[in-house]
Design a protein around this ligand. Structure first.
Ligand code: NAP
Ligand code: ZN
Length: 363
């Protein structure tokens, strides 16, 4: 991998949407706002977008039914609405779920004759413009081309196989100020997992390593606050930057084993995405045979020893679920078939090693 592509225009800072409301004018006359059921109405993000659109004299409609780990069915429903209302562009507000959904909805609006399943089958589909307003600091979806959709027919979550980057992203840490600690930690662990999987990646290069190391350093400065729950706006801003850097990174490198292995835990055991990856991390990092980069990570994070690093990871990803041997074998088989994620892991890995990552993580 010797290319670097990140076409999203990023605005960041407190009140950044209001200050830049004119950015919306270039995108058309009518917007579809895509968001979740509740949080954007409480954290100020929806109101800021509505006010900005009003100032810019742009009409809008709201679809506020995106669930966590969005299903193709919900996305198709929003796509129908967007088509019927002839919207020009989409503003996704929320965590990774509404942001990812916006990209797929954008494709359905742009290509009026296709259905949701076609998005996963036809190559190189275009979308209407997407603006992203993240309200979690985790997925980095505001700067990635990916969208992860729950496909109930296939009993799993899957990337849609298209490449749609948001045209603009507005990063305002104020929207995350009141986020409950559990969601803050789980999403922060997701950002961490992007930074590490992009760093320990077959596609890593000098540019991506620079981003990974900067992101990990910033994330490391938040560890004490994540453990204590004492999160002020400065820390919230750092978490948001670390998350966006993680997104810029995986947009180049992709993710690897924990992401591939975590999807089964989210789908079958309902673990939030970040936690589902994070719980596998101690064992995932132990699997590396070539350890030079692995052994640098805790130092970049500002942690004294590798043992302390593992202890912190365990504290941030505590989880109580039981997995049977049959379930573990099924998940490990699923991962061994996930050729894309396996290819991003920089070393050979066997089915037994994958099995052991699951087993030891839940012992
Ligand atoms: P999410 O599923 O978008 O949201 C999780 C929960 O957090 C929801 O209940 C949501 O409430 C709430 N929430 C969002 N913002 C909040 C805020 N500011 N304050 C309080 N609560 C808030 O969570 P996520 O972890 O950000 O996204 C996970 C999804 O992204 C998964 O489907 C994952 O696979 C995907 N993902 C995508 C990428 C990518 O590159 N595209 C990378 C990693 C993960 P409401 O529903 O009421 O809004
Ligand atoms: Zn992730």
């Amino acid at each position: 991998m010797n290319s670097f592509y990140m076409p999203t225009k990023i605005f960041s800072g407190e009140n950044i949407i209001q200050e830049n409301y004119k950015e919306f004018i270039k995108l058309g006359k009518k917007a579809l706002i895509v968001t979740g059921r509740g949080s954007s109405k409480k954290n100020g993000s929806l109101q800021d977008v509505q006010e900005a659109l009003n100032r810019a004299s742009i009409g809008y409609i709201i679809f506020d039914e995106i669930e966590e780990n969005p299903s193709l069915e919900t996305i198709e429903k929003a796509g129908e609405l967007g088509r019927k209302e002839k919207i020009d562009f989409i503003i996704g507000i929320g965590g990774g779920s509404p942001l990812d959904s916006s990209k797929v909805i954008g494709i359905l609006v742009k290509n009026t004759s296709i259905c949701g399943e076609d998005v996963f089958l036809k190559p190189n589909l275009k979308s209407v413009d997407i603006v992203a307003v993240p309200t979690t600091s985790g997925t980095g979806s505001e700067v990635t081309q990916y969208a992860i959709v729950t496909l109930h027919k296939e009993k799993t979550k899957k990337n849609y196989g298209q490449s749609i980057f948001p045209i603009i992203s507005f990063l305002d840490p104020r929207y995350t100020l009141e986020t409950p600690l559990k969601i803050t930690v789980n999403t922060a662990v997701d950002a961490f997992s992007h930074l590490v999987e992009g760093y320990l990646n077959k596609n890593a290069n000098i540019l991506t390593d620079a981003i990974a190391e900067t992101g990990m350093k910033i994330w490391g400065e938040c560890i004490d606050s994540l453990l204590s729950g004492n999160l002020d706006i400065k820390i919230r801003e750092k978490l948001m930057f670390a998350s966006t850097l993680g997104g810029i990174l995986i947009a180049q490198t992709g993710t690897s084993l924990p992401h591939g292995m975590g999807y089964a835990l989210t789908y079958n055991k309902d673990l939030p995405h970040g936690l589902a990856n994070g719980v596998l991390y101690v064992e995932y990092l132990r699997v590396f045979k070539y350890r030079e980069k692995v052994d640098k990570i805790h130092k970049i994070l500002g942690i004294d020893s590798y043992e302390k690093f593992e202890e912190i990871l365990r504290k941030l990803t505590k989880v109580q679920i039981n997995l049977t041997d049959v379930e573990i074998e099924e998940y490990a088989r699923g991962m061994i078939e996930n050729k894309g994620k396996l290819a991003n892991h920089p070393e050979e890995i066997t089915y037994e090693e994958l099995l052991n990552i699951y087993k030891r993580s839940f012992q």
